[in-house]
Design a protein around this ligand. Sequence first.
Ligand code: GAL
Length: 727
Amino acid sequence: MKRLFCLTIALLPFIAAAQIPPASSPAWTEIAPGVWKATIGTTENFTLLSAAGACVTKAGREALAAMPQLSFPIDPKEIEGRQWAAKTSVRFPLGGSEDIYGLGVDFSSMRRNGGVFELHVDHWDSKKAITGRTHAPVPLYVSTKGFAVLFDSARYLRVTVGHGVRLAAKDKPPVIDRTTGKGWQANPRSDSIEVLAGAAGMDVYVFAGPSPLDAIRRYNLFSGGGALPPKWGLGFLSRVQTKYTAEQALADIAEFRKNEIPLDMLGLEPGWMDQAYPCSFEWDKTRFPDPKQFLAEVAQQHVRVNLWFNPYVAPNTPLYGKILPYAGTHLVWGGIVPDYSLPAAQKIFTNHLKRTVVDLNPDAVGGFKLDEVDGYDRYLWPDVAVFPSGRDAEQLRQTYGLLLQRAVFDTFHQSNHRTMGQVRGTNAGASPFPFVIYNDNYEFDGYITAVSNSGFAGVLWSPEVRGSNSGEDMLRRTQAVCFSPLALYNGWASPQKLWTHAEVTPQIRDAIVLRERLLPYFYNAFAQYHYQGTPVIRPMQLASSVTAAESTEAGKLDATANPYEVPAAAREVKDQYMFGDALLVAPIAPNVKSRKVLLPAGKWYDFYTGKLAGENQTIEVTPSLSEMPVFVKDGALIPMLAEKRQWVPVASETAALEIRHYGQAPGKLALYDDDGETFDYEKGDYSWTQLTVAKNGRGEWSGVVTPDVNGRKWHYSEVKWTFLAAQ
Ligand code: GAL
């Protein structure tokens, strides 16, 4: 007995060493221009990209091919994959001066170095502070070395950025005796980014740059191109109180018109159904006795209806029996949780939505708000749940929002009507979906940081305005939503209206009127997202990096260079962002009188006055109540609707354009247009018109419009030029 024990102990070191599963260097294959894929272990048959149906389009492939041809941007010997039991890990190198961004929509910070993340779809809650649990925990990171990496697994992922020093590391931090030495650190810096998935395998993608922005462009194009919402989806959305009747909803539209506050979308909250939480997916006949008539009246007002739902189906409803065979093992609020990873379940569900809602009036029903697909853990199905497809709770949790966006989007696509929706949980591969994430918290600063981070994640995020005790609060929040991907008032739980605080109604009106007038600019930013993959919202780290890159030869990467290093002053800027190419948006929080704004290199001009604001410096601004700080790049052309509008122009209309030119540099803009309502652009029914501004022989600014020779759609009757440099 004793002898055997001794023998076992003696063998232990040997056994332990032999048991470490070997790491291997993944084999990379270039699967699209500047996009490489490697598989570690055996990939599961259900991943984030497969759930989203992500697929590069023909136009996307052409856009990728037009980008610089680059070789694999990382030393492949520095990348390691390891697979053992039901786990897979991947290690990427992390250079000393390399900054890491991304890893999903985070509300608290931008830079990821030094963090440990649990990427898990959940309702963001700052009090909980489990980093990585968020509405869009997209496992995509972006490096200032000019590339991005995606871990395509539908598992909860653990990611460490610069933590956990490896025995095999070349440059290990010094070992210091904590008792007597100086500089001992609790978290010595590691040279790695490491990811762990509870799966027998995982696909990993690397997107080349040359710049970090280009790497994100490749990711968005590879996912199918960015979303192109309908024009009306970029107007204004107001959501009514939960228990509103058809009559009250119509009266609300009339009030908008009377107050001359633009309105394009009306959101119905749970009360449109006769049962919610779980949902019946049937109209409530007391509140909406004649839904068809209601929708017709809304359409007459040039407004689209957006209907709330959560996907949990109530017993004793017509949908219940049909979808029951696809239910998972657990209930949410007593409703079944359909396995929407099965196409048959998606079809039953969307057919029902079509029959009960969309087909009543396809011109009036603009989309849905897909609620409660994110969390919390205590609300949704537990991790022990399993589903008829054989997939489990974790896989469905990471993809439920993606699956529903895809199902709803496909339904609208099939009927050639575009949609604009909202969703509370999403993930990788969502770039093509015109759904904007939202949240129940109401922290202004966190909302703005989330807008910024959305640009690193291939998703759209919008703050909200709700009822408020103060006019200033409502106004500042309205101004902020008007410069975000979706401008909305969410009145589901408040009797207040946007005109409740009469003292600020004129300024609220001005903010929304400006939103509508800027439609051509915003729509162009979305067209760039769709066709070139360029995110509509660009965090400052992307804007500033361009400046830094100019000093280095673009595209020349080696193991130590960090050509897109973000200047220290911009590394953690999280309260301002670029909307499109030219507008720098610096929202001002309610009750704050002044704020700092970082103006990157190049001259920047005040959006409202055209006056020079500064260059390559941080300025302090004290805006009046009527304006939120917005700055314009030197030489930028900002296309706007020339006239005030109460709703955006419809497909059959033409409208006059005003093109504003800012600054002293000549200007150039390719302005996109199509019908703004259907998917005919997929058949080439669009145009890119070239606008240029330069000084003529007499030293005066003048503008030229060069129509697209092949262009088939252009909805602007005339162009009026405004040269703000002259002022
Ligand atoms: C919440 C959602 C709110 C509102 C509400 C209705 O889950 O975040 O915006 O729609 O449900 O009950």
